[in-house]
Design a protein around this ligand. Structure first.
Ligand SMILES: Nc1ncnc2c1ncn2[C@@H]1O[C@H](COP(=O)(O)OP(=O)(O)OP(=O)(O)O)[C@@H](O)[C@H]1O
Length: 272
């Protein structure tokens, strides 16, 4: 990192991206306010389909806030106001006629702390497909549960104890169960907010391996404090600082040849 060239600091907000590939998600002039607090400032971003984008940046820079905009989780915070335009495949997800329940089926979420329901392993996965009416019979449901658990690399560990409580699994298994629960409703996008921060290195490695496989079928956006993790799992990285998306690009480029001094300072450990 010491051989990095001298950098110019770029403008305060990101330019509108000119993506070569078809983006799954586009954000244009996105601003987020918590009351008077301006947490996200004029963010423009394109998130490519079937790949992993990492959001990195120092604590409080707005990574989770922006992530939560993508499935309108911020709607649950009364003082939060979002302006601008966010689209998934051209669909304006802030359209007032949009069904947010349907949106959250298309855009699944995995949280920092594994949060399985206090129900059986089977029920954790079966719940979503059942309430969204995705299955016609018990046989269908069994198949969906098995497929989701297999995709989440958990099936072999739980197939003989599907009726046991999901909360009785180890932390890493619980997180894979939460991923299976998200996958079971066939989302297009999976948002992950520091999904490994409560896990040990072995469980973390399993989740990272899984993320790598899942990107074949899903668009994944991950918030992480670990630059090593961002470098390992993502194809593109966006660096946030003080609510601004400072720089976004191919992960290799962000970590080896960032354009902006703030990005370089962060990845070389000068702040954050
Ligand atoms: N529910 C909330 N109410 C008020 N302010 C909030 C709320 N959630 C976040 N903020 C503020 O918005 C800013 C961005 O927070 P956010 O959690 O998005 O940052 P972050 O980059 O994800 O941080 P961390 O890495 O610590 O999780 C911070 O100043 C934070 O205090």
């Amino acid at each position: 990192m010491n051989s990095l060239p001298t950098f110019e600091t770029t403008a305060a907000t990101t330019a509108v991206p000119t993506a070569a590939v078809h983006p799954k998600i586009t954000g244009r002039n996105v601003n987020v306010f918590y009351g008077e607090k301006h947490a996200i400032k004029d963010v423009n971003v394109d998130i490519p389909e079937r790949s992993v984008m990492a959001f990195i940046g120092p604590s409080g820079c707005g990574k989770s806030t922006f992530l939560r905009c993508i499935n309108r989780m911020n709607d649950t915070i009364p003082i939060c106001r979002v302006t601008g335009d966010i689209r998934i495949d051209e669909l304006d997800i802030y359209d007032r006629n949009l069904d947010v329940v349907q949106l959250r089926a298309r855009v699944g979420m995995v949280f920092q702390k594994p949060n399985p329901f206090p129900k059986s392993i089977y029920e954790n996965v079966a719940y979503g497909p059942r309430i969204h009416g995705l299955v016609k019979s018990k046989t269908d449901l069994d198949e969906v549960v098995e497929t989701a658990l297999k995709k989440a690399s958990l099936w072999n560990e739980v197939k003989d104890r599907l009726q046991e409580s999901g909360t009785g699994l180890s932390g890493g298994q619980q997180q894979r169960l939460c991923i299976a629960r998200a996958i079971a409703v066939s989302p297009e996008v999976i948002l992950m907010d520091e999904p490994c921060s409560a896990l040990d290195p072995i469980a973390t490695a399993k989740i990272e391996e899984l993320i790598d496989e899942l990107k074949q079928n899903f668009t994944i956006v991950i918030v992480t404090h670990s630059m090593q993790q961002a470098a390992r799992v993502s194809q593109r990285t966006a660096f946030f600082h003080l609510g601004i998306l400072v720089e976004e690009g191919a992960t290799d480029q962000i970590f080896t040849n960032p354009v902006d001094t703030r990005t370089r300072d962060y990845i070389t450990g000068r702040f954050g």
